[in-house]
Design a protein around this ligand. Sequence first.
Ligand SMILES: [Zn+2]
Length: 173
Amino acid sequence: MISVKCPHCRVGLKVDEGKLPPNITSFKCPKCKQPINISVLSSKGGDVFSATDDVTQLILKSHEKAGTITIMADENTRQQIFPLPEGINIIGRKSSQSSQATIHIETADRTMSREHIRIEVRKDSKGFKHFLSDNNSKNHTLYNSSYLEKGEIVILNNNDEIIIGNTTLRFNE
Ligand SMILES: [Zn+2]
């Protein structure tokens, strides 16, 4: 639940973010019947809201949505952002050859394997968890500046850095 203050009548409301329809932009205040504009964001942090006269922003608690992987731009790669669906995600360099990858990064970085890392997204009663492992890649995987051992699995946290080949990825909740 998120606390929201109606910008019109200032009544405090509790909103169940799990029940909000996707792409909702406003709802009616149950007290004064005025529309409350909202934008739903994903962010780390607790119950947070900010209200101006015409915009109320709901900021979701961490882990209530599956995370994203941002591919940082460099000379080989343009910035790309991929949502991580629940289940097993195999991430690597996009190529014309077939692969088991489910997330294909467009890059000229040949040191990135086509099936470089694996991120398993699991949902439990507390929300989403993201498990990272190296997928037996040729050049291995750096996680927050340390190489992942064979078979090692780490749980990702917001803003973790993953380097595959010469390309940097950032995980966000
Ligand atoms: Zn109101």
